[in-house]
Design a protein around this ligand. Sequence first.
Ligand SMILES: Cc1ncc(COP(=O)(O)O)c(C=O)c1O
Length: 450
Amino acid sequence: MSSQALNQSLPLTESAPDLNAFWMPFTANRSFKDKPRMIDSADGFYYTSSDERKILDSLSGLWTSGAGHCHPKIVEAVQKQVAKLDYAVSFQVGHPGAFELAEKVTNMAPEGFDHCFFTNSGSESVETALKIALGFHHAKGNTSRTRLVGREKGYHGVNFGGISVGGLPANRKMFSGSLLPNTHHIPHTHNLEHNAFSKGQPQWGAHLADELERIVTLEDASNIAAVIVEPVAGSAGVLVPPVNYLRKLREICDRHGILLIFDEVITAFGRVGSAFASQRFDVIPDIITTAKGLTNGVIPMGAVLVRKEIHEAFMQGPEFAAEIFHGYTYSGHPVAAAAGIATLDVYQEEGLFERARENEKTFEDALHSFNGVENVIDIRNFGLMGAIELAPREGAPGVRGFAIHTKCFEEGLLVRNGMDTLVFSPFLAFTEELFEKTFDIFKSVLKKIN
Ligand SMILES: Cc1ncc(COP(=O)(O)O)c(C=O)c1O
Protein backbone atom coordinates (compact mmCIF):
# COMPACT_ATOMS: atom_id res chain seq x y z
CA MET A 1 0.00 0.00 0.00
CA SER A 2 1.37 3.42 -0.88
CA SER A 3 1.95 5.85 1.97
CA GLN A 4 -0.75 8.05 0.51
CA ALA A 5 -3.22 5.18 0.57
CA LEU A 6 -2.23 4.35 4.14
CA ASN A 7 -2.72 7.96 5.15
CA GLN A 8 -6.16 7.87 3.69
CA SER A 9 -7.08 4.69 5.52
CA LEU A 10 -5.92 6.12 8.86
CA PRO A 11 -7.52 9.56 9.12
CA LEU A 12 -5.89 12.13 11.37
CA THR A 13 -7.95 12.88 14.42
CA GLU A 14 -6.95 14.45 17.69
CA SER A 15 -7.20 11.23 19.67
CA ALA A 16 -5.83 8.86 17.04
CA PRO A 17 -2.73 10.09 15.23
CA ASP A 18 -1.86 8.97 11.76
CA LEU A 19 0.52 6.04 12.18
CA ASN A 20 2.05 6.20 8.75
CA ALA A 21 5.05 8.46 9.13
CA PHE A 22 6.82 6.87 12.08
CA TRP A 23 9.00 4.00 10.83
CA MET A 24 9.11 2.05 14.08
CA PRO A 25 12.34 0.42 15.20
CA PHE A 26 12.63 -3.37 15.61
CA THR A 27 8.92 -3.61 14.83
CA ALA A 28 6.73 -5.43 12.33
CA ASN A 29 5.45 -2.05 11.12
CA ARG A 30 2.69 -3.27 8.82
CA SER A 31 1.24 -5.65 11.34
CA PHE A 32 1.49 -3.08 14.16
CA LYS A 33 -0.22 -0.39 12.11
CA ASP A 34 -2.93 -2.84 11.19
CA LYS A 35 -3.58 -3.60 14.88
CA PRO A 36 -1.81 -1.00 17.04
CA ARG A 37 -0.91 -1.51 20.68
CA MET A 38 -0.69 2.06 21.91
CA ILE A 39 0.48 3.29 25.28
CA ASP A 40 -0.81 6.60 26.52
CA SER A 41 0.69 7.10 29.98
CA ALA A 42 2.66 5.40 32.71
CA ASP A 43 2.75 5.42 36.47
CA GLY A 44 4.80 3.21 38.79
CA PHE A 45 4.66 -0.37 37.56
CA TYR A 46 1.89 0.14 35.01
CA TYR A 47 1.27 1.61 31.60
CA THR A 48 -2.15 2.81 30.57
CA SER A 49 -3.07 1.91 27.01
CA SER A 50 -4.86 4.35 24.74
CA ASP A 51 -8.05 2.34 25.26
CA GLU A 52 -7.61 3.05 28.97
CA ARG A 53 -6.55 -0.35 30.20
CA LYS A 54 -3.88 -0.82 32.87
CA ILE A 55 -0.97 -2.83 31.47
CA LEU A 56 1.45 -4.30 34.00
CA ASP A 57 4.98 -3.74 32.68
CA SER A 58 7.05 -6.88 33.16
CA LEU A 59 10.03 -5.40 31.34
CA SER A 60 10.62 -2.15 33.30
CA GLY A 61 10.37 -0.13 30.11
CA LEU A 62 12.99 -1.80 27.94
CA TRP A 63 15.22 -2.78 30.85
CA THR A 64 15.38 0.97 31.46
CA SER A 65 13.07 2.00 34.25
CA GLY A 66 13.96 -0.09 37.30
CA ALA A 67 12.82 2.62 39.74
CA GLY A 68 9.31 2.67 38.24
CA HIS A 69 7.67 4.91 35.67
CA CYS A 70 7.22 8.64 36.25
CA HIS A 71 9.06 8.57 39.54
CA PRO A 72 8.12 11.92 41.15
CA LYS A 73 11.65 12.81 42.18
CA ILE A 74 13.06 12.26 38.69
CA VAL A 75 10.13 14.03 37.04
CA GLU A 76 10.62 17.03 39.29
CA ALA A 77 14.38 17.18 38.66
CA VAL A 78 13.81 17.13 34.90
CA GLN A 79 11.10 19.79 35.07
CA LYS A 80 13.28 22.09 37.14
CA GLN A 81 16.35 21.61 34.99
CA VAL A 82 14.63 22.14 31.65
CA ALA A 83 13.31 25.47 32.88
CA LYS A 84 16.75 26.54 34.13
CA LEU A 85 19.27 25.34 31.57
CA ASP A 86 17.71 23.52 28.65
CA TYR A 87 20.91 22.88 26.73
CA ALA A 88 24.58 23.59 27.18
CA VAL A 89 27.38 22.65 24.86
CA SER A 90 29.96 20.32 26.39
CA PHE A 91 32.71 21.04 23.86
CA GLN A 92 35.20 23.40 25.57
CA VAL A 93 32.41 24.67 27.90
CA GLY A 94 30.81 22.87 30.81
CA HIS A 95 27.89 22.93 33.23
CA PRO A 96 27.86 21.59 36.80
CA GLY A 97 25.28 18.81 36.33
CA ALA A 98 27.44 16.71 34.02
CA PHE A 99 30.40 16.86 36.42
CA GLU A 100 28.20 16.02 39.39
CA LEU A 101 26.70 13.04 37.62
CA ALA A 102 30.11 11.80 36.46
CA GLU A 103 31.34 11.88 40.04
CA LYS A 104 28.26 10.05 41.30
CA VAL A 105 28.52 7.34 38.66
CA THR A 106 32.22 6.75 39.18
CA ASN A 107 31.70 6.64 42.96
CA MET A 108 29.31 3.72 42.46
CA ALA A 109 31.65 1.92 40.08
CA PRO A 110 34.29 -0.65 40.94
CA GLU A 111 37.47 0.86 42.36
CA GLY A 112 39.76 2.46 39.82
CA PHE A 113 37.00 3.62 37.48
CA ASP A 114 37.56 7.33 37.98
CA HIS A 115 36.34 8.76 34.69
CA CYS A 116 33.31 8.55 32.47
CA PHE A 117 32.40 9.77 29.00
CA PHE A 118 28.77 10.65 28.33
CA THR A 119 26.78 9.42 25.34
CA ASN A 120 23.08 9.34 24.49
CA SER A 121 22.37 5.63 24.15
CA GLY A 122 23.73 2.16 24.62
CA SER A 123 24.78 1.98 20.98
CA GLU A 124 26.79 5.17 21.33
CA SER A 125 28.35 3.88 24.54
CA VAL A 126 29.52 0.80 22.68
CA GLU A 127 31.01 2.79 19.77
CA THR A 128 32.70 5.07 22.29
CA ALA A 129 34.13 2.14 24.26
CA LEU A 130 35.52 0.48 21.12
CA LYS A 131 37.12 3.76 20.04
CA ILE A 132 38.59 4.34 23.51
CA ALA A 133 40.08 0.82 23.42
CA LEU A 134 41.66 1.43 20.02
CA GLY A 135 42.79 4.92 21.05
CA PHE A 136 44.36 3.57 24.25
CA HIS A 137 46.58 1.12 22.39
CA HIS A 138 47.42 3.80 19.82
CA ALA A 139 48.41 6.22 22.58
CA LYS A 140 50.61 3.53 24.12
CA GLY A 141 52.37 3.01 20.80
CA ASN A 142 50.79 -0.41 20.23
CA THR A 143 49.37 0.60 16.89
CA SER A 144 48.95 -2.93 15.60
CA ARG A 145 46.38 -3.71 18.31
CA THR A 146 43.33 -3.07 16.16
CA ARG A 147 41.35 -6.30 16.19
CA LEU A 148 38.14 -6.46 18.18
CA VAL A 149 36.59 -9.59 19.59
CA GLY A 150 32.90 -10.02 20.38
CA ARG A 151 30.76 -13.06 21.06
CA GLU A 152 28.14 -14.98 19.15
CA LYS A 153 24.62 -13.95 20.25
CA GLY A 154 26.07 -10.74 21.72
CA TYR A 155 24.06 -7.53 21.35
CA HIS A 156 25.92 -4.27 21.42
CA GLY A 157 23.45 -1.91 19.83
CA VAL A 158 22.90 -1.15 16.20
CA ASN A 159 25.75 1.05 15.01
CA PHE A 160 28.46 -0.34 12.76
CA GLY A 161 30.97 -1.12 15.51
CA GLY A 162 28.28 -2.67 17.66
CA ILE A 163 26.86 -4.94 14.98
CA SER A 164 30.38 -5.90 13.88
CA VAL A 165 31.30 -7.22 17.32
CA GLY A 166 27.70 -8.26 17.94
CA GLY A 167 26.61 -11.79 17.23
CA LEU A 168 22.92 -11.71 16.39
CA PRO A 169 22.67 -12.92 12.79
CA ALA A 170 19.43 -11.05 12.00
CA ASN A 171 21.01 -7.73 12.97
CA ARG A 172 24.07 -8.31 10.78
CA LYS A 173 22.58 -9.99 7.72
CA MET A 174 21.47 -6.93 5.77
CA PHE A 175 24.75 -5.10 6.42
CA SER A 176 27.10 -8.04 6.24
CA GLY A 177 29.32 -6.66 3.48
CA SER A 178 29.97 -3.40 5.31
CA LEU A 179 30.85 -4.49 8.81
CA LEU A 180 34.14 -3.49 10.45
CA PRO A 181 37.04 -5.62 9.25
CA ASN A 182 39.23 -7.52 11.71
CA THR A 183 36.53 -8.56 14.13
CA HIS A 184 36.32 -12.02 15.64
CA HIS A 185 33.77 -13.86 17.76
CA ILE A 186 34.10 -16.32 20.59
CA PRO A 187 31.27 -18.86 20.90
CA HIS A 188 28.13 -18.18 22.90
CA THR A 189 27.37 -20.27 25.96
CA HIS A 190 23.73 -21.12 25.26
CA ASN A 191 23.47 -24.90 25.34
CA LEU A 192 20.22 -26.63 26.15
CA GLU A 193 21.79 -30.06 26.34
CA HIS A 194 24.03 -29.03 29.23
CA ASN A 195 22.38 -25.98 30.76
CA ALA A 196 18.60 -26.17 30.32
CA PHE A 197 16.63 -25.04 33.38
CA SER A 198 19.72 -23.85 35.25
CA LYS A 199 18.89 -21.60 38.17
CA GLY A 200 21.37 -18.74 38.17
CA GLN A 201 24.79 -19.44 36.72
CA PRO A 202 25.08 -22.72 34.82
CA GLN A 203 27.82 -25.12 35.90
CA TRP A 204 28.79 -26.04 32.34
CA GLY A 205 30.56 -23.81 29.87
CA ALA A 206 33.53 -21.96 31.46
CA HIS A 207 35.83 -23.74 29.00
CA LEU A 208 34.21 -21.77 26.16
CA ALA A 209 36.20 -18.74 27.29
CA ASP A 210 39.33 -20.60 26.16
CA GLU A 211 38.25 -19.97 22.59
CA LEU A 212 39.75 -16.53 23.08
CA GLU A 213 43.15 -18.22 23.36
CA ARG A 214 42.53 -19.80 19.97
CA ILE A 215 41.99 -16.36 18.43
CA VAL A 216 45.12 -15.09 20.18
CA THR A 217 47.10 -18.00 18.77
CA LEU A 218 45.80 -17.36 15.29
CA GLU A 219 46.06 -13.58 15.15
CA ASP A 220 48.71 -12.89 17.81
CA ALA A 221 47.99 -10.86 20.91
CA SER A 222 49.97 -7.92 19.53
CA ASN A 223 47.15 -7.39 17.02
CA ILE A 224 44.18 -7.60 19.41
CA ALA A 225 42.78 -4.50 21.08
CA ALA A 226 39.77 -5.61 23.10
CA VAL A 227 37.13 -8.17 23.88
CA ILE A 228 33.57 -7.02 24.48
CA VAL A 229 30.87 -9.11 26.16
CA GLU A 230 27.67 -8.54 28.08
CA PRO A 231 28.22 -10.01 31.57
CA VAL A 232 24.68 -11.41 31.24
CA ALA A 233 23.47 -11.27 27.65
CA GLY A 234 20.03 -9.66 27.59
CA SER A 235 18.77 -9.25 24.07
CA ALA A 236 19.68 -12.81 23.04
CA GLY A 237 17.20 -13.97 25.67
CA VAL A 238 19.04 -13.79 29.00
CA LEU A 239 22.16 -15.91 28.66
CA VAL A 240 23.80 -16.25 32.05
CA PRO A 241 27.59 -16.69 32.19
CA PRO A 242 28.64 -20.14 33.36
CA VAL A 243 30.44 -20.31 36.69
CA ASN A 244 34.02 -19.03 36.26
CA TYR A 245 33.50 -18.04 32.61
CA LEU A 246 33.98 -14.29 33.10
CA ARG A 247 36.95 -14.82 35.39
CA LYS A 248 38.61 -16.93 32.70
CA LEU A 249 38.04 -14.22 30.10
CA ARG A 250 39.64 -11.72 32.47
CA GLU A 251 42.66 -13.97 32.99
CA ILE A 252 43.20 -14.51 29.28
CA CYS A 253 42.91 -10.77 28.58
CA ASP A 254 45.41 -10.04 31.37
CA ARG A 255 47.83 -12.60 30.02
CA HIS A 256 47.85 -10.95 26.61
CA GLY A 257 47.40 -7.25 27.30
CA ILE A 258 43.91 -7.25 25.77
CA LEU A 259 41.33 -4.83 27.17
CA LEU A 260 38.14 -6.35 28.53
CA ILE A 261 34.96 -4.36 27.95
CA PHE A 262 31.80 -5.26 29.84
CA ASP A 263 28.71 -4.00 28.05
CA GLU A 264 26.53 -3.23 31.06
CA VAL A 265 23.84 -1.30 29.21
CA ILE A 266 21.28 -3.68 30.73
CA THR A 267 23.10 -5.04 33.78
CA ALA A 268 24.22 -1.77 35.38
CA PHE A 269 22.15 0.05 38.01
CA GLY A 270 20.55 -2.73 39.95
CA ARG A 271 19.36 -5.22 37.36
CA VAL A 272 21.55 -7.91 38.94
CA GLY A 273 21.28 -6.66 42.51
CA SER A 274 24.35 -4.41 42.52
CA ALA A 275 25.37 -1.16 40.89
CA PHE A 276 27.33 -3.04 38.24
CA ALA A 277 27.39 -6.71 37.24
CA SER A 278 31.18 -6.53 37.47
CA GLN A 279 30.79 -6.12 41.24
CA ARG A 280 28.29 -8.95 41.51
CA PHE A 281 30.53 -11.36 39.59
CA ASP A 282 33.66 -9.90 41.16
CA VAL A 283 35.32 -9.68 37.76
CA ILE A 284 36.51 -6.21 36.92
CA PRO A 285 36.87 -5.20 33.28
CA ASP A 286 38.83 -2.26 31.88
CA ILE A 287 35.91 -0.40 30.33
CA ILE A 288 32.21 -0.48 31.23
CA THR A 289 29.41 0.72 28.97
CA THR A 290 26.10 1.87 30.43
CA ALA A 291 22.87 3.62 29.38
CA LYS A 292 19.23 2.66 30.16
CA GLY A 293 19.12 2.63 34.00
CA LEU A 294 21.45 5.63 34.25
CA THR A 295 18.45 7.95 33.94
CA ASN A 296 15.74 5.37 34.64
CA GLY A 297 14.96 5.68 30.92
CA VAL A 298 13.53 9.14 31.42
CA ILE A 299 15.98 11.02 29.19
CA PRO A 300 18.27 9.19 26.77
CA MET A 301 21.80 9.02 28.14
CA GLY A 302 24.71 6.63 28.39
CA ALA A 303 28.08 6.65 30.10
CA VAL A 304 31.32 4.83 29.38
CA LEU A 305 33.45 4.27 32.45
CA VAL A 306 37.17 3.68 32.16
CA ARG A 307 39.93 2.68 34.49
CA LYS A 308 42.33 5.40 35.53
CA GLU A 309 45.25 3.99 33.45
CA ILE A 310 43.16 4.19 30.31
CA HIS A 311 42.22 7.80 30.91
CA GLU A 312 45.83 8.66 31.73
CA ALA A 313 47.06 7.20 28.46
CA PHE A 314 45.03 9.86 26.64
CA MET A 315 46.14 12.76 28.85
CA GLN A 316 49.33 13.32 26.91
CA GLY A 317 50.39 15.79 24.26
CA PRO A 318 49.90 19.55 24.28
CA GLU A 319 47.44 20.76 26.90
CA PHE A 320 45.63 23.03 24.46
CA ALA A 321 44.60 20.07 22.28
CA ALA A 322 41.56 17.82 22.70
CA GLU A 323 42.73 14.42 23.90
CA ILE A 324 40.11 12.43 22.00
CA PHE A 325 38.43 13.50 18.80
CA HIS A 326 35.12 12.04 19.77
CA GLY A 327 31.93 13.33 21.40
CA TYR A 328 28.29 14.11 20.79
CA THR A 329 26.31 17.34 20.62
CA TYR A 330 24.32 16.01 23.56
CA SER A 331 27.18 14.48 25.63
CA GLY A 332 26.41 15.42 29.24
CA HIS A 333 23.12 17.14 28.29
CA PRO A 334 21.90 19.15 31.29
CA VAL A 335 18.40 17.69 31.39
CA ALA A 336 19.72 14.14 31.02
CA ALA A 337 22.32 14.85 33.71
CA ALA A 338 19.59 16.10 36.05
CA ALA A 339 17.58 12.94 35.38
CA GLY A 340 20.72 10.87 36.06
CA ILE A 341 21.52 12.59 39.34
CA ALA A 342 17.95 12.20 40.59
CA THR A 343 17.86 8.56 39.45
CA LEU A 344 21.07 7.62 41.25
CA ASP A 345 19.73 9.35 44.38
CA VAL A 346 16.49 7.39 44.14
CA TYR A 347 18.38 4.09 43.81
CA GLN A 348 20.27 4.93 46.96
CA GLU A 349 17.49 6.50 49.04
CA GLU A 350 15.06 3.67 48.32
CA GLY A 351 17.68 0.92 48.62
CA LEU A 352 16.62 -0.36 45.23
CA PHE A 353 19.66 -2.51 44.51
CA GLU A 354 19.09 -4.29 47.82
CA ARG A 355 15.38 -4.61 47.02
CA ALA A 356 16.33 -6.19 43.69
CA ARG A 357 18.55 -8.68 45.47
CA GLU A 358 15.74 -9.55 47.91
CA ASN A 359 13.36 -10.11 44.99
CA GLU A 360 15.60 -12.55 43.16
CA LYS A 361 14.32 -15.69 44.85
CA THR A 362 10.65 -14.86 44.35
CA PHE A 363 11.38 -14.13 40.70
CA GLU A 364 13.38 -17.31 40.24
CA ASP A 365 10.68 -19.45 41.84
CA ALA A 366 7.97 -17.85 39.74
CA LEU A 367 9.89 -18.39 36.50
CA HIS A 368 10.86 -21.96 37.26
CA SER A 369 7.28 -22.88 38.15
CA PHE A 370 6.85 -23.09 34.35
CA ASN A 371 9.25 -26.03 34.17
CA GLY A 372 7.25 -28.90 32.69
CA VAL A 373 4.61 -26.70 31.03
CA GLU A 374 3.88 -27.64 27.41
CA ASN A 375 6.33 -26.12 24.88
CA VAL A 376 8.67 -24.72 27.56
CA ILE A 377 12.18 -25.90 26.63
CA ASP A 378 14.32 -23.73 28.90
CA ILE A 379 14.12 -21.26 31.77
CA ARG A 380 17.04 -19.00 32.67
CA ASN A 381 17.52 -16.32 35.31
CA PHE A 382 20.05 -14.15 37.03
CA GLY A 383 19.32 -11.17 39.25
CA LEU A 384 16.11 -9.66 37.92
CA MET A 385 16.71 -10.90 34.39
CA GLY A 386 14.75 -13.94 33.31
CA ALA A 387 13.64 -15.82 30.21
CA ILE A 388 11.28 -18.62 29.33
CA GLU A 389 12.17 -20.23 26.01
CA LEU A 390 9.46 -22.00 24.06
CA ALA A 391 9.80 -24.51 21.27
CA PRO A 392 9.15 -22.81 17.94
CA ARG A 393 6.12 -23.81 15.92
CA GLU A 394 7.10 -26.07 13.08
CA GLY A 395 8.33 -23.99 10.14
CA ALA A 396 7.33 -20.74 11.86
CA PRO A 397 9.99 -19.64 14.32
CA GLY A 398 9.01 -16.59 16.35
CA VAL A 399 5.28 -16.83 15.65
CA ARG A 400 4.39 -18.46 18.96
CA GLY A 401 6.42 -15.90 20.93
CA PHE A 402 4.86 -12.97 19.12
CA ALA A 403 1.35 -14.38 19.59
CA ILE A 404 2.02 -14.59 23.33
CA HIS A 405 3.31 -11.02 23.42
CA THR A 406 0.18 -9.68 21.69
CA LYS A 407 -2.23 -11.80 23.74
CA CYS A 408 -0.52 -10.73 26.98
CA PHE A 409 -0.94 -7.09 25.95
CA GLU A 410 -4.66 -7.73 25.40
CA GLU A 411 -4.85 -9.28 28.85
CA GLY A 412 -3.02 -6.46 30.62
CA LEU A 413 0.64 -7.52 30.65
CA LEU A 414 3.56 -6.23 28.65
CA VAL A 415 6.01 -9.05 27.94
CA ARG A 416 8.80 -8.91 25.40
CA ASN A 417 9.45 -11.75 23.02
CA GLY A 418 12.70 -12.32 21.23
CA MET A 419 11.53 -14.91 18.71
CA ASP A 420 10.09 -17.67 20.92
CA THR A 421 11.81 -16.59 24.10
CA LEU A 422 9.77 -14.47 26.52
CA VAL A 423 11.93 -12.10 28.47
CA PHE A 424 11.19 -10.62 31.89
CA SER A 425 12.89 -7.73 33.62
CA PRO A 426 10.74 -6.72 36.58
CA PHE A 427 11.03 -3.45 38.47
CA LEU A 428 13.66 -3.50 41.22
CA ALA A 429 11.07 -3.00 43.95
CA PHE A 430 8.39 -5.30 42.52
CA THR A 431 6.13 -6.86 45.14
CA GLU A 432 5.20 -10.51 45.68
CA GLU A 433 1.67 -9.64 44.66
CA LEU A 434 2.84 -8.18 41.35
CA PHE A 435 5.10 -11.14 40.61
CA GLU A 436 2.04 -13.30 41.17
CA LYS A 437 -0.10 -11.15 38.93
CA THR A 438 2.54 -11.12 36.17
CA PHE A 439 2.88 -14.86 36.06
CA ASP A 440 -0.85 -15.54 36.53
CA ILE A 441 -1.60 -13.55 33.39
CA PHE A 442 1.31 -15.17 31.60
CA LYS A 443 0.13 -18.64 32.60
CA SER A 444 -3.39 -18.05 31.40
CA VAL A 445 -2.07 -16.74 28.06
CA LEU A 446 0.24 -19.75 27.66
CA LYS A 447 -2.81 -21.98 28.04
CA LYS A 448 -4.64 -20.11 25.29
CA ILE A 449 -1.82 -19.82 22.76
CA ASN A 450 -0.48 -22.99 21.33
C1 LIG B 1 24.03 -4.83 26.06
C2 LIG B 1 23.48 -3.75 25.19
N1 LIG B 1 24.31 -2.92 24.56
C3 LIG B 1 23.86 -1.92 23.79
C4 LIG B 1 22.51 -1.71 23.63
C5 LIG B 1 22.02 -0.61 22.74
O1 LIG B 1 21.40 0.37 23.47
P1 LIG B 1 20.50 1.48 22.73
O2 LIG B 1 19.29 0.78 22.23
O3 LIG B 1 20.23 2.47 23.82
O4 LIG B 1 21.32 2.05 21.64
C6 LIG B 1 21.61 -2.54 24.28
C7 LIG B 1 20.16 -2.36 24.14
O5 LIG B 1 19.36 -3.12 24.56
C8 LIG B 1 22.10 -3.60 25.07
O6 LIG B 1 21.28 -4.45 25.68
